[in-house]
Design a binder for this molecule. Structure first.
Ligand code: PLP
Length: 477
């Protein structure tokens, strides 16, 4: 009894000490605290005492355990800005016209003078540059002649084998023949839409929606039907079902895991319901999973495709967020639309770049990709945490903020009277760029929202967020 009381006191006092160190800022949000072994040595207490203390701190929301990595200080949820509510976009389909705004944002990404909080670019320090360059060199040596040939659709078999193997982790059972390599995710989405829609058709999308996809709808002359979407668990199925019953919807597009810009992740049961709903109406689903590998939790989330019995789901992904946006390698598992997609791909651009396909296949097969992903998942989780806490600290009260469990973007709702284009212009004068909410809707639903790229967090970015907070307060006053 005595011993129990004693160890009870020990772990509680250890936990209290740690809380006070966190409060004083000795251990900062996102930082790793000493490992269990190290702490046990440092404090001359048993491993089980430290484990008990860490469990207590975890339950109280002070720290979180990250698999194979250790314990990290968390931003306390109660201290974070509240989440935005579910969106309520216009109920009628609309043509898209966003090219001017989109081109303006695209030009910003090329300006090295700007602090880049706009485009959803991966952190260049988290790309496996050296390893992939080495794999490219190897590929050019091993495939000196082949490396300069077209590889006609469906693309390099070695890479398709690696992709098919990885999709097992997201719940799929697809063969290498069910995969087609594309020039990035954008091309894959473009091809999917081409295969199933004609100009003027209606495509139901989550709202807000990544503006690259809105651009594709614009180019193909399609109409967007925006569906209410929850910032945590994605598209509202009741609203989608209603929309389908009242409109001739030709296709649906979702980013089921770590939506851009919402960060939402559809629960598995909801993914299944969505697939079943669309199967009843024979409507194709284009599932964009480019962020699926960047999860912060224990397990790779499933994809809608894993519930697809009719071949109606076209699963799209790319290596642009975790290996290299510039290599331009994406892929699609097109289900029953395989023949159309291969024909379209061949007709439009014949082949994706050849050497990058060899290099990526090699990088995955060697185990390098998995090791790399384990590292960057932790880094992105930390940066999201740090940026969320900075936004809460520096932005005026009344802002709302998403809580992504993967990916690297944050969606911020500003007070009603703030026009994010106005904020964008004022921020640009201070050499900061961001993505105004206007570009995430065909019907301008998000004028008082911005998307922030949280891929990177450092001193200069923190100062830029502070500056944005000051500009916002001036706008509100
Ligand atoms: C949701 C989403 N899909 C696709 C892309 C583009 O992918 P890729 O560069 O492979 O064409 C992006 C890039 O921002 C994205 O956020």
């Amino acid at each position: 009894m005595k011993t129990n009381n004693h160890s009870d006191l020990l772990y509680r006092s250890l936990a209290d000490n740690l809380i006070s160190l966190i409060e004083k800022g000795t251990y900062r949000i996102g930082e790793r605290i000493p490992s269990v072994r190290k702490m046990s040595k440092q404090q001359s207490v048993s491993i089980s005492t430290v484990l008990q203390a860490y469990l207590l701190l975890e339950n109280q929301g002070w720290i979180e355990a990250r698999p194979q990595s250790g314990y990290y200080v968390r931003a306390k949820i109660s201290e974070q800005a509240p989440e935005p509510e579910i969106s309520s976009p216009a109920k009628d389909p609309s043509r898209v016209s966003l090219h001017e705004l989109a081109m303006m944002l695209m030009r910003d990404t090329m300006d090295p003078e700007l602090v880049q909080l706009g485009a959803a670019l991966p952190n260049p320090n988290y790309l496996p540059i050296e390893k992939i360059n080495k794999a490219l060199t190897n590929a050019s040596r091993l495939h000196a002649v082949d490396g300069h040939r077209y590889i006609i659709p469906p693309g390099l078999e070695e890479l398709r084998i690696q992709i098919a193997k990885r999709t097992v982790l997201s719940g799929c059972h697809i063969s290498p023949n069910d995969v087609m390599i594309t020039s990035g995710g954008l091309e894959a989405i473009d091809l999917c839409l081409h295969a199933v829609c004609r100009p003027g058709d209606i495509v139901a999308i989550e709202s807000p929606m990544y503006f690259g996809t809105l651009q594709t709808l614009e180019v193909q002359g399609l109409r967007a039907l925006e569906i209410p979407t929850h910032p945590r668990d994605g598209i509202d199925l009741e609203a989608l079902s209603f929309a389908i019953q009242h409109n001739p919807v030709r296709a649906v597009i979702v980013i089921s895991n770590f939506n851009n810009p919402l960060g939402s992740q559809m629960p598995d049961e909801k993914k299944k319901e969505l697939v079943n709903l669309l199967a009843r109406y024979e409507i194709p689903l284009i599932e964009n999973d480019v962020y699926g590998e960047l999860f912060f939790g224990e397990k790779r989330p499933l994809v809608c495709k894993s519930f697809d019995k009719k071949g109606l789901v076209m699963l799209v992904s790319a290596f642009s967020k975790d290996i290299s946006p510039g290599l331009r390698i994406g892929w699609v598992a097109p289900g029953r639309f395989k023949t159309e997609l291969e024909w379209l791909k061949f007709t439009i651009s014949a082949s994706p770049p050849t050497l990058p396909q060899y290099a990526i296949a090699d990088f995955i097969e060697s185990g390098g990709y998995d090791r790399h992903l384990r590292r960057i998942r932790r880094e992105y989780a930390r940066n999201i945490e740090l940026m969320s806490s900075a936004v809460t600290r520096y932005f005026p009260s009344g802002v709302r903020l998403t809580r992504p469990s993967g990916g690297f973007v944050l969606w911020v709702q500003l007070p009603e009277n703030v026009d994010s284009l106005d904020l964008y212009k004022k921020a640009l004068a201070e050499k900061i760029t961001l993505a105004p909410g206007h570009v995430f809707s065909a019907t301008n639903q998000y004028a008082n929202f911005i998307r922030l790229n949280a891929a990177e967090f450092n001193y200069s970015i923190e100062r830029s967020l502070e500056k944005l907070g000051t500009i916002l307060k001036e706008i509100i006053e």
